[in-house]
Design a protein around this ligand. Structure first.
Ligand code: PAP
Length: 294
């Protein structure tokens, strides 16, 4: 775990393995006006958001039944800036990505390069209930290491102290949430739970934000339902490329990114006192802001 001091007041966290990549990303990335950046805290719905955004934005280029999503991993279609692109290259060649480009990042808002913050490229952020996020990450780490999960109480203690790969989840979400309130045309703030509850409405709102709204004709033809199905947990989990492929740069099995995809799975792992403790921390840290969201 590594942290960067931005100034005397702010302490911003990034995963230790990608600190140099984040610095290169900050220094060298040149945003284009048409870029879309998918920003998330890990295990909050990145893979789902990649599928939805790619499908919505490319639906006039590829018929849905011929979407590259059927044969190509989402990590290749929408690479992570700090893992896939800048991890091993200070200034990777991004010419192979045709506009509009879609990239993903877990980097906190304050660490995004100026060219993203100061251009008119768009950012979509997804947040998730921190209890579900914690369990998802705890189990993901074990799966990637092919081991039993680590001690739950210890991992939970670290999460309550904000010690996770990208720092406290509440700070990460709060900064993006504030920015989305200040710049609603630039940052679109979504919740994993809302995607689960009403995917059709989220697809419509996301398409509007991305500047490619669904036409009345598309709505009548059932395109929203088709996008929803193509990007659904069950559909993506059962694709051959998910079962056999590996994530772009870290080599982790694709299948590890699709575990259960449910809201409230934390109830199967956390005791009532644990959940109350983390809920109280979240309530205190996010009072009056994203609290209702989480
Ligand atoms: P990442 O940030 O490391 O890329 P991310 O995709 O955000 O991972 O998180 C994985 C979680 O999203 C998993 O949650 P779980 O452990 O609680 O099951 C995964 O199942 C869930 N997920 C991935 N794809 C989808 C999808 N299409 N629909 C719903 N949930 C999904």
């Amino acid at each position: 775990m590594v942290f960067i001091f931005m100034n005397i007041m702010d302490l911003l966290w990034v995963q230790g393995t990608c600190i140099n990549a984040v610095i290169s990303f900050q220094k060298h990335f040149q945003a284009q006006e048409s870029d879309v950046i998918l920003a998330t805290y890990p295990k909050s719905g990145t893979t789902w958001l990649k599928a939805l955004t790619f499908t919505i934005m490319n639906r006039s280029r590829f018929e849905l039944q011929n979407s590259p999503l059927h044969t190509t991993t989402l990590h290749q279609l929408v690479p992570f800036l700090e893992f896939d692109l800048y991890l091993n290259h200070q200034s990777p060649n991004l010419e192979c990505f045709s506009a509009p480009r879609i990239f993903a990042t877990h980097v906190p808002h304050a660490l995004l390069p100026g060219s993203i913050l100061n251009s008119s490229c768009r950012i979509v952020y997804v947040c998730r209930n921190p209890l579900d996020q914690f369990i998802s990450e705890w189990l993901f780490i074990a799966r990637t290491q092919d081991k039993e999960p680590s001690d739950l109480a210890e991992a939970f203690e670290r999460a309550c102290n904000g010690i996770q790969f990208f720092g406290p989840i509440w700070e990460h979400a709060l900064c993006y949430w504030k920015a989305s309130i200040e710049q609603p045309d630039k940052i679109f703030f979504l919740k994993y739970e809302d995607l689960k509850e009403d995917i059709a409405s989220c697809i419509n709102r996301l398409a509007d934000f991305l500047g490619c709204p669904l036409s009345e004709e598309e709505v009548t033809q059932g395109v929203v339902e088709e996008i929803s199905k193509l990007c659904s947990f069950d559909y993506i989990k059962n694709l051959e490329v998910t079962k056999t492929g590996r994530a772009y740069a870290n080599g982790v099995k694709n299948s590890h990114y699709l575990r259960k995809g449910e809201v409230g799975d934390w109830k199967n792992y956390l005791t009532p006192s644990m959940s109350e403790r983390l809920e109280k921390i979240i309530e205190e840290k996010l009072a009056g802001s994203v609290t209702k969201s989480l």
